[in-house]
Design a protein around this ligand. Structure first.
Ligand SMILES: Cc1cc2nc3c(=O)[nH]c(=O)nc-3n(C[C@H](O)[C@H](O)[C@H](O)COP(=O)(O)OP(=O)(O)OC[C@H]3O[C@@H](n4cnc5c(N)ncnc54)[C@H](O)[C@@H]3O)c2cc1C
Length: 423
């Protein structure tokens, strides 16, 4: 059974809902091929579940846990109100919260010791039930909501497995390629992991961890568990800095600049490429998420919570614990986060990770004719250069909305002030 929770539907973009509905169609077909069915009900669960469970004469209810605050309190309430056995599972993480802890019994606040422990803990068994039995289907309709636009990639567990198999064939290149947005170097499994069309334990079981590259990939699954465990233990980090040193950052929160960032019109090609990729596809490469996030928080001094909310709404893999954990990392406010004085230089990042400018050319076509040398900072092109005949800066493509060294100094000053006020 799948419960369509109104709060979940309200906060998701139409593209994300289309992926969810398409996954439900696939799950429905899969269950029907086994002689069963998928019951889809309109939430909220606490209202819709009791009648249905009664009709079925159910004696127990099993579901997958949610570790983010809203989902967790919803699940806790269900647990409390239902008068039957409730069994909660952790199939969406490798390790359940509480399984990887330090000597004091708490979640490690630094990733490396967490990871060292994580690799030593035995993975819980998550075998799929070999011969499911189905309850009789209740009367009334149970259909998947209308899909507005079919997703651009295969969905359902078949789609997820196809992506995994393709990735396993090139996992040896992962470590080298994973930071370059114009290369297909990563697995593209985050949306599947978010929706549960594949489980992380299944991935772990299929990866042969013999090489540095495959181990580098598995390490990312540990980051995913870590952010989930941190949120489960400290739900307040969903909206408060994990590090109280940064409670009092004086954000500028300029709405016009926020909008230019969203539209991909900041004048920094790598930032604009990333934001346009996100808007057009619902995905953005990890390296570019770090660059665009850092630009918003540190260059524009816009509260990380604004960026977090926009990403969570727009990303197909948008997930509370992962998004909050990563945004706090970028902002320097999180556990084991980037130090406050580490301010990504968007030009150097672009030169390093998109050297030839392939990624920029794809998402910022106005700049496609510029040379690989100039494409990272078009405002530095000499006025007399013939390159400027193909793009009119300030007209076809914006001039930078902020100068890098000025922004850097302003950010350092602001963060230092917040730190000194906290001590
Ligand atoms: C500002 C910002 C926001 C982010 N928001 C999200 C989000 O809402 N949901 C989300 O799933 N990821 C988020 N990430 C992490 C990361 O960018 C994506 O998981 C990754 O880009 C997905 O691509 P992939 O599946 O090809 O990754 P791969 O490199 O193939 O990694 C395999 C899996 O490991 C996990 N993983 C990889 N990197 C990270 C990471 N930095 N933190 C936690 N888990 C990771 C993901 O589940 C991913 O699918 C965010 C990163 C940043 C910097």
């Amino acid at each position: 059974m799948f419960v369509l929770e109104p709060s979940m539907l309200e906060s998701a973009s139409q593209r994300k809902k289309d992926v969810m509905f398409s996954n439900l169609m696939a799950l429905k077909a899969e269950l029907e091929s086994l002689g069963g069915y998928l019951q889809i009900i309109e939430g909220p669960a606490r209202k819709a579940l009791p009648d249905l469970l009664n009709e079925w004469g159910a004696t127990s209810l099993h579901f997958n846990n949610d570790h983010a605050p809203v989902g967790k309190s919803r699940d806790d309430r269900i647990n409390e109100t239902l008068d039957l056995k409730v069994v909660r599972h952790w199939g969406n993480l490798v390790q359940p919260p509480g399984a990887v802890v330090s000597g004091t019994g708490a979640v490690h606040k630094v990733f490396t010791p967490y990871f060292k422990k994580w690799v030593t803990v035995e993975t819980p068994n998550s075998q799929i039930c070999p011969s499911p039995r189905f309850c009789p289907q209740p009367k009334g309709s149970s259909s998947v909501p209308q899909i507005v636009e079919l997703p651009a990639f295969p969905t359902g567990s078949a789609g997820a497995h196809e992506r995994l198999v393709t990735f396993l064939n090139r996992i040896e290149e992962y470590e080298e390629a994973r930071d370059f947005p114009s290369v297909q170097g990563t697995s593209l499994l985050s949306t599947d992991l978010h929706f549960g069309t594949i489980g992380p334990r299944e991935i772990l079981a299929l990866v042969d961890q013999e090489t540095d590259s495959s181990r580098a990939f598995i390490r990312q699954l540990a980051w995913r568990d870590w952010y989930a465990h941190l949120m489960s233990a400290s739900p307040e980090i969903v909206s408060s800095p994990a590090n109280p040193m940064y409670n009092k950052i004086e954000w500028r929160n300029n709405t016009e600049e926020f909008d230019l960032w969203i539209q991909g019109k900041t004048g920094y090609p790598i930032v604009d490429a990333g934001m346009r990729e996100l808007k057009e596809t619902g995905f953005m490469h990890n390296r570019v998420r770090m660059i665009t996030g850092s630009f918003l928080v540190k260059h524009l001094l816009i509260d990380w919570r604004w960026g977090e909310q926009y990403f969570r709404h727009t990303l197909l893999d948008g997930d509370t614990s992962q998004n909050v954990g990563n945004w706090q990392w970028v902002a320097g406010t999180g556990f084991d986060a980037a130090p406050y004085f580490r301010i990504f230089n968007p030009i150097r990042q672009s030169e390093k990770f998109d050297k030839e400018g392939f990624y920029i050319r794809k998402w910022v076509p106005e700049l496609a004719s510029l040379s690989s040398k100039q494409i990272h900072s078009p405002w530095e092109i000499n006025e007399k250069s013939p390159e400027l005949t193909s793009v009119r800066l300030g007209e076809d493509y914006p001039l930078p909305i902020i100068e890098h060294s000025f922004a850097r100094a302003r950010c350092l000053e602001t963060y230092k002030r917040a730190r000194s006020e906290a001590t």
